[in-house]
Ligand binder design. Structure first.
Ligand code: ACO
Length: 326
């Protein structure tokens, strides 16, 4: 059986670091509130001239280098993002050009914070169907350009960054064992960006209202996120005939520490099974899981055969899981 195996990981976060104490200077907030409610201590933010495609390209280069795969060998590039350089064309096309991946197709995938796992699923399926041998999957976001920096309810939560994996067609029992994707669009206004698509086109009034900024009802999102992440984790375990005891590492979407803790507890995982880096990056949306995966990989924490459970929830709503035998 042909399945997709992750043969390289890479990540990149902008050099500029903004701490909670930095935010105190311009916003009615404080380190203690942010730390206790979210677990976030600092986040990386882009500077002028730095864009989503730049972060994505650097993360991709690092993943390709680790995998020993040349850009010209790639069949497909998928970027999970909702903060692409342009509404269109796809940021994946810019990455394709930056890398010189002249034999690859390229597209963006919009599933908010679940974007990386959705993109991973597409890459795996393309490989399993025999339509691709090498696929680059990226999660990349620049949320700092779509949050209102005067809205303390949202801006403190997010950061910028990118993570990437190289998927290669392999035989044997290592690789991505399963992916599960779900969505519920009936409550989209709990977490969304009202402007400016074709429903609400750019206008002076719209900009004055801040329609181009993230809107979120945090309490509601919190509850649905915990429930959905727990459900989709259990679905992944059941589908593979596994239990929580089989999980070597749970890498959840890093939204905030309270969501992670609550989801992990509901699934029945111990603290030492859960990877957390939200303190250093904040919520980088589609980038959180591949950044975390790259960190643990480069730290030498993953052994051949380890079982990883990846789990995400985001705007849409969308939620997803992937079970990986490393
Ligand atoms: N600094 C200081 N005070 C603040 C801040 C801030 N940055 N933000 C809000 N407050 C205040 C509020 O104004 C409110 O004050 P009030 O009682 O005087 O009205 C008070 O703190 C409590 O606000 P709540 O919203 O009830 O705080 P809560 O404990 O729910 O925490 C939070 C808010 C952290 C947003 C929480 O709801 C949450 O984690 N939600 C999940 C949202 C999330 O992670 N979204 C990311 C995208 S989705 C995803 O990635 C899964």
């Amino acid at each position: 059986m042909i399945r997709a195996r992750i043969t390289g990981t890479g990540s990149y976060a902008p050099a500029k670091v903004v701490t909670n104490f930095d935010l105190e200077k311009t916003l009615d907030t404080n380190d203690e509130w942010i730390r206790t409610r979210t677990g976030i201590v600092e986040r990386h933010l882009v500077v002028e001239g730095e864009n989503t495609s730049d972060l994505a390209t650097e993360a991709a280069r690092r993943a390709l280098e680790m995998a020993g795969v040349a850009p010209t060998d790639l069949d497909l590039i998928i970027v999970g993002t909702i903060t692409g350089d342009y509404p269109w064309p796809a940021t994946a096309c810019i990455v394709q050009s930056n890398l010189g991946a002249t034999n690859a197709g390229a597209f963006d995938l919009s599933a908010a914070c679940s974007g990386f796992l959705y993109a991973l699923a597409m890459g795996c399926d393309r490989i399993a169907a025999g339509n691709a041998r090498k696929v680059l999957v990226i999660g990349a976001e620049v949320f700092s350009r779509i949050v209102d920096w005067t809205d303390r309810n949202t801006c403190v939560l997010f950061g910028d960054g990118a993570g990437a994996v190289v998927l290669e067609a392999c035989e044997g029992d290592r690789g991505v064992l399963s992916t599960h994707l779900y969505a519920d669009g009936s409550q989209l206004e709990l977490l969304y960006q009202p402007g400016f698509g074709t429903r609400n086109t750019p206008s002076v009034e719209g900009i004055a209202r801040g329609d181009h900024f993230v809107k979120m009802q945090g309490n509601e999102v919190f509850k649905v996120a915990v429930r959905s992440m727990a459900e989709v984790a259990k679905i992944a375990l059941d589908a593979n005939g596994m239990t929580t005891e089989d999980i070597d590492l749970f890498i959840p979407h890093q939204a905030n520490i309270r969501i992670l803790d609550a989801a992990a507890k509901r699934i029945g995982l111990r603290d030492d099974q859960v990877y957390v880096n939200v303190d250093r990056y904040g919520n980088t949306s589609a980038a959180t899981i591949p950044i975390a995966l790259d960190e643990v990989n480069r730290a030498g924490r993953l052994k051949e055969g380890d079982i990883l459970l990846l789990d995400a929830f985001g705007g849409g709503f969308t939620w997803a899981s992937a079970l990986v035998r490393w």
